[in-house]
Every structure is written in C-alpha cells, then in structure tokens.
Design a protein around this ligand. Sequence first.
Ligand code: CDP
Length: 138
Amino acid sequence: MTERIVVVGAALLDGGRLLAARRSAPPELAGRWELPGGKVEPGERPEAALVRELREELGVEAEAVERIPGSWPLRPPYELHVWTAHLRPGSAAPAPLEDHDELRWLTPSDIWTVPWLDQDVPAVRAALPRLGAASPDA
Ligand code: CDP
C-alpha cells in the first residue's frame, strides 16, 4: 500500500479576496493557477507546512485558520487539503519568489477568470463561500 502524502494548499484571504498564484514550473503546469502550498514533510503538522510553504514561496508571514472540509486527489500518492489562512500583521506583501511568476487577489466575481489547475477547481469552489466572511466591509 502506498502512503498518501498530503499537499497543503492555502486559501489565503484578505478583504474578501483570495490569492491565486500562477505556476512557472514544471512545464506541464506552467501558466495554470493554483492555491499556493506544497508537501507536508514527515512529522510536520499541516498548519506548520502551510506557514513554511507560504514563507518560502511568497515571502509572507501567514497563519493557518481552519481546514476546509474535503480532500482532493492529485497524482498519486499526493492529495490536496486546503486551509484558510491570513497574513499576520506586519507581513510583507506576497511576491512570487519560487514556483510562480504572477499573483492575483481575486474577488468572488473574478474567481473563475484565471485557468486554475484542474485538480484545484473543486478546492477553489469549496473555498469560495469563505471569501465573504473574511471581509469586514463586504
Ligand atoms: O513545494 P513542494 O515541492 O513541497 O510542493 P509543490 O511542487 O508545490 O506541490 C507538490 C505537488 O502538488 C505538485 O505536483 C503540484 O502540482 C501539486 N499541487 C497542486 O496540484 N495544487 C496545489 N494547489 C499545490 C500543489
């Protein structure tokens, strides 16, 4: 039996918007958009992996808030779990440091204007209801 490996994706929320990241590599994924994140390392808590991945990939200090129920298959043995997250006060603004070449904050009405990775689509759909709740001025 192959062990499953969890990939954590962040629904990073700010002012009712969701951060989408365009992959620059590998070639078969380049140009498609995803929830930023990456593999949970052995013995690592998923929330800690999320914070680490967002620091590495985007240069931000973030906090995992809550897991969005669900688990989405990626290529075996990976599966995607998604957590809502927000930037900590004083964090740098996100920048595409590795893996990505463009970032975009999407409102609910522009959420489907970018070509998401197929496997991220159900996770983005599940994250969508959280956008409104994150905005104090919505
Ligand atoms: O950064 P790390 O090497 O830990 O992970 P990654 O290369 O960013 O992601 C691991 C795998 O999960 C890759 O095959 C990605 O394509 C996939 N992935 C995904 O399908 N959707 C995401 N939101 C994040 C990662």
